[in-house]
Ligand binder design. Structure first.
Ligand code: SAM
Length: 243
């Protein structure tokens, strides 16, 4: 375990109490190579160096595992997963959970599927817009946990995501900056969609070679009652008139 990627992941997991075997940590090397190789011909991520991928994609995604947020055998959905973040590192580290990857951009989801195959992860893939399937009985209130990163502002994200979460389940929004302000903007949306704000968890990402440490947040919401049937609205309306 002496590559840039494995050193970063190993250090981050040890510091944050995330149990990961040496073999699983080494697989992040494979995943990084695959991502950068695919990214050379298909635009998946603006991060193009191993250190950046390890810190900003892998460690950031794994952060939820340092808090006791995802119960054993949970059914998880990653909304707007892109190239599989945060769901792919979570599914790799936690083989007990089943992850559904949802994204409207088929080429990104294709990469996620390829990466899952390479790592031997069984998962489901939905190449659709979230608001187009969340009223479908197959998916509505069908997941214990929803996760999402860098998809929309929090009021819009809550409307896109909470319909998928079972009553008693959890929605985890990964936010890089401005979590408190976004939460303030979501004061109406949270109860209207049947949820309760639980807490904000702060995450220190590993220090980069430039000495910079990024501080990210996980916003945690509990679903306390069913989301009313009129939600989600059409995307344009969600954006134009956030709840
Ligand atoms: N979550 C990934 C990450 O953090 O690396 C990808 C973030 S990328 C900036 C935003 C992604 O959200 C894009 O892949 C886009 O296709 C997807 N997306 C945006 N709105 C969506 C919607 N309504 N339904 C499904 N996917 C959506």
């Amino acid at each position: 375990m002496d590559s840039v990627v494995t050193k970063i992941i190993d250090g981050f997991c040890k510091k944050n109490g995330i149990a990961l075997s040496d073999e699983a940590i080494c697989d992040f090397d494979k995943l990084c190579a695959l991502l950068l190789e695919f990214n050379a011909h298909t635009n998946l991520t603006a991060i193009k160096d191993e250190e950046g991928v390890a810190i900003k994609h892998f460690a950031d995604s794994l952060a939820a595992l340092s808090f006791d947020l995802i119960p054993e055998n949970s059914k998880v959905i990653d909304i707007g997963c892109g190239a599989g973040f945060p769901g792919l590192p979570l599914a790799h580290a936690r083989r007990d959970i089943s992850v559904t990857f949802l994204d409207s951009t088929a080429k990104k989801l294709k990469f996620t599927e390829k990466a899952c195959n390479e790592l031997g992860i069984k998962a489901n893939f939905l190449p659709v817009r979230a608001e187009e399937v969340s009223s479908d009985k197959k998916y509505r209130e069908g997941f214990d946990i929803a996760v999402s990163r860098a998809v929309a502002s929090l009021p819009v994200l809550l409307e896109l995501s909470l319909p998928f979460v079972k009553v008693g389940g959890t929605f985890i929004a990964y936010k890089a900056t401005g979590a408190a302000e976004e939460l303030e903007m979501s004061k109406n949306a949270v109860p209207m969609l049947g949820a309760k704000y639980v807490k904000t968890l702060e995450v220190d990402l590993p220090e980069g070679i430039d000495g910079e440490t990024l501080h990210h947040s996980l916003l945690v919401f509990k679903k306390v009652k069913n989301t009313p049937a009129q939600f989600p609205r059409r995307y344009a309306q969600m954006v134009k008139k956030p709840l």
